[in-house]
Design a binder for this molecule. Structure first.
Ligand SMILES: *[C@@H]1O[C@H](CO)[C@@H](O)[C@H](O)[C@H]1NC(C)=O
Ligand SMILES: *[C@@H]1O[C@H](CO)[C@@H](O)[C@H](O)[C@H]1NC(C)=O
Ligand SMILES: *[C@@H]1O[C@H](CO)[C@@H](O)[C@H](O)[C@H]1NC(C)=O
Length: 447
């Protein structure tokens, strides 16, 4: 089982010559890499994965040999061990950036919703996080929910008997999530934890509505009915309180992709932007009132409210959406903005739609002076070209970072959910590794 030990003991062999030096955070090695391998002064070439080694400042244990070697033009070999960043302290924000201990903190990584839901053992969790961390990732977004009316073998965090919910504190409940957090931290990663789902996958909002208000009641009553809000607050309180002092949590998210419309239930017909934003204000203030350590965000798709725009995802006022990205950034108890990018599902071309979508969110970011994260995105065709163009847009617009949908690992019982998965060694995995390095270099992230 490939694991943390290998990461810690990974050794890079650096051939030093008197050629061009690689700038800090630049690539200095990896399978099929043919460029320069000597790192700029003060940095050393550190193995990240078989496909990518990178010049990391202060990582060198061999600065003496590299300096003398380059001045004499001879070849020498030095070894450095890969540091796994220690996860301590709480990530904060400053203007449009994230910070840790008042230094830049880059948010880059992947979604892995499945890591806490499939009854994986600790070894598999470690493999999953190891594979993600090896790209240079800092953050993983995952589900902190699974609402069940009948437990079905996988981990679940709340069960319902009629209108009575019970948070699952046991081995296949929050104790399992404790293991998720520990495995992420052991690999130098922090988690963005989403606490319910607009969609009916793994329960979500419609379970609250159906169990508390009656089967088939409108999806958007989740946002307005006092009984439902109280039940959701109780779940959130139990979950959040357990991890109040946990630096392995980067942020809480109110819901995955909240919209007026549900997948299994209708809308009331009265849902609107103000219905959801009022709920966001109340829920984000509630989390802040019990947890002053962690950041809070919505977890939404970032619909833009631009009346007259012919593109659906710019029609935030639509009664099936109910989201105004720019206005929501004004909510004082939200620390950063979130948006997703799925041109295939939205009936749009990958580009220029995709880069424009990123630029339009960056405009709202600058107006609000809060960081924003493209926290889900995916496309089916031409992934390397399209993601490359989107990454360029992220890097150049100062959008704080992004999390691809989604990470994939080969685990003891086979592949993790292959839906859109990026497995180690794939072209996209290599691209993601380069992108993480570029974002860290842009930000001056010392990790
Ligand atoms: C979430 O939003 C989408 C939008 O409908 C809707 O189709 C999907 O059905 C929603 N899912 C929910 C809401 O459960
Ligand atoms: C919430 O739903 C319950 C059950 O239908 C209802 O009795 C109650 O009046 C609703 N509350 C609000 C504020 O809508
Ligand atoms: C955000 O709040 C400011 C100050 O109240 C206001 O001027 C601005 O229009 C708001 N932005 C949005 C998009 O609502």
């Amino acid at each position: 089982m490939v694991g943390l030990l290998e990461l810690l003991l990974a050794v890079a062999t650096v051939t030093v010559s008197a050629q061009t030096t690689v700038p800090v955070y630049g690539q200095c090695g990896g399978e099929s890499y043919t460029g320069p391998t000597t790192c700029a002064a003060g940095s050393a070439c550190v193995y990240q994965n078989d496909f990518y080694s990178q010049c990391i400042p202060g990582a060198s244990t061999a600065s003496t040999s590299s300096i003398s070697a380059s001045s004499t033009g001879t070849s020498t070999t030095s070894t450095v061990s890969t540091p796994t960043p220690t996860v301590t302290g709480f990530v904060k924000t400053s203007g449009i950036h994230f910070t840790l201990d008042n230094k830049p903190f880059t948010v880059v990584g992947a979604n892995a919703y499945w890591v806490g839901l499939m009854n994986y053992g600790v070894a598999d969790m470690n493999t999953a996080f190891h594979d993600i961390a090896a790209t240079g990732a800092s953050v993983v977004r995952t589900w902190g929910f699974n609402e069940v009316t009948t437990p079905d073998g996988v981990a679940y965090y709340q069960s319902w008997s009629g209108s009575t919910p019970t948070v699952n504190l046991g081995a296949n409940g929050l104790e399992n999530f404790d293991n998720v957090v520990a495995a992420a931290k052991a690999n130098g990663l922090r988690l963005i934890v989403t606490l319910t789902n607009n969609w009916s996958d793994y329960g979500g909002m419609d379970v609250y509505v159906n169990q508390l208000l009656g089967q088939g009641q409108p999806h958007d009553f989740f946002f307005t009915n006092a009984t439902v809000i109280a039940a959701y607050k109780n779940y959130v309180k139990t979950f959040v309180t357990r991890y109040l002092n946990e630096p392995g949590i980067l942020a809480w998210e109110l819901a995955n992709e909240p919209r007026c419309l549900g997948s299994t239930s209708a809308s009331s017909g009265t849902c609107s932007i103000s219905i959801i934003s009022t709920w966001v204000e109340e829920m984000s203030a509630y989390i802040k009132s019990i947890d002053s350590n962690h950041l809070v965000a919505i977890g939404d798709e970032g619909f833009i409210n631009d009346p007259g725009n012919p593109i659906f995802v710019y029609q935030g006022y639509s009664p099936s959406l109910g989201i105004d990205f720019a206005a929501n950034l004004n909510i004082s108890t939200l620390d950063f903005g979130t948006f997703h990018l799925y041109p295939d599902s939205w009936g749009e071309p990958a580009n220029p739609f995709g880069t424009q979508w990123i630029e339009d969110h960056a405009t709202a970011m600058l107006a609000s002076n809060k960081p924003i994260v493209m926290e889900e995105f995916g496309i089916t065709d031409d992934q390397v070209d399209v993601y490359g163009s989107w990454y360029s847009a992220i890097e150049s617009t100062d959008v704080a970072g992004d999390l691809i949908w989604q990470a994939g690992s080969v685990l003891s019982n086979g592949e993790s959910d292959p839906n859109g998965a990026v497995f180690p060694g794939s072209d996209v995995y290599v691209l993601d590794t380069q992108h993480a390095a570029a974002l860290r270099a842009r930000d001056g992230d010392p990790q």
